[in-house]
Design a protein around this ligand. Sequence first.
Ligand code: PMP
Ligand code: GLN
Length: 382
Amino acid sequence: MNPVIQSKLPTVGTTIFAVMSGLATQYSAVNLGQGFPDFPMNEELHGLVAKAMRDGYNQYAPMPGWRPLCESIAEKVEYLYGAKLNPETEITITPGGTYGLYSALTAILHPGDEVVVFEPAYDSYIPNIEINGGVAVRIPLVYPDYHIDWGLVKQSITDKTRAIMINSPHNPTGSVISEKDISELRSVVKDKNIFIISDEVYEHLIFDGIPHQSILRYPDLLERSFVSFSFGKVYNCTGWKLGYCIAPAALMKEFRKVHQFNVFSCFTPTQVALAEFLKNKEAYTSLSAFMQGKRDHFISLMKQTRFSLQSSYGSYFICGTYERISDEPDKDFAIRLTKEYGVATIPVSAFYQNGKDDKVLRFCFSKKEQTLEAAVEKLARV
Ligand code: PMP
Ligand code: GLN
């Protein structure tokens, strides 16, 4: 008799990103679905990796990360957010932002612990909670501007609440949190045994001069937080799968117990390269304007279509409704758009566990101008 797995994630299927990218390839569609740039990454950074490999940095990096990179991150964080971090004990280099979130949840959760998650939620969050025996307490962001209903959050807190997950700039909606949200968050967690897990993978991709409300700005919140970042996302090299997690030393100690027996350490040449690259502030201060230009170009092109775009203040994404075109469910419509019109998008219902369907699609604008133009030419026919 062959062994049979009793699934730990019985309701989970294949992620929507793989599904829509697969369809895009199958139907040779323009892919505005999965969030990845189609333009070349920064040449200097690319060159620094090649140099690191040539210079012989090809063996294991230390378990917490390449020390000069942790130091460069600490300097950047102090410059941007005023936080003084210990690069040895409070920063760990991770194979991507998702892994940082997963490891933080693994470090803190015990069976039955509750984690507050806002929906639409990036699709790894709930499976990451559940595989650790946790229970996701799902709170809908308020449609259509996707703000947080803090009254609802307060009602959802129980003595089992172990963490609140936040994500700003937000995937899929491009909404961002404000200082007021930070005060509300503070009042929810104050004097409670609740951790904050903050997904800040789009930290530099925030528009219209809005400051990024990083948890790193707030020492009283950072005390109880794991904050996850992604080099892949902000430096347009998503395939690198490299990021970092920041947490106070006592929390990081537990995080590293998980990390050291999972991946142990990350790809060395990219760490050596980034240690050097981050010394130039321009490397990260120029990113917002660059991505905002892409958002604005996409918004202006989309005026010739019958889609109605919502607002996006950050990330790679902007959402839009197709209410003037069809009343089909969003998944059906997204599939038809790919097959019949040659443009792949992501149906936003995929970010709700109960499949809530507001008939909204997510478009990724982190693309070459020609790609956005080719996509909109097709969308204008719909
Ligand atoms: N969180 C969010 C909200 C994301 O959109 C992504 C996208 N990839 C990640 C985490 C994961 O980043 P990484 O590819 O570095 O794991
Ligand atoms: N973060 C990317 C997105 O939201 C995709 C990452 C992935 O494919 N897992 O589209």
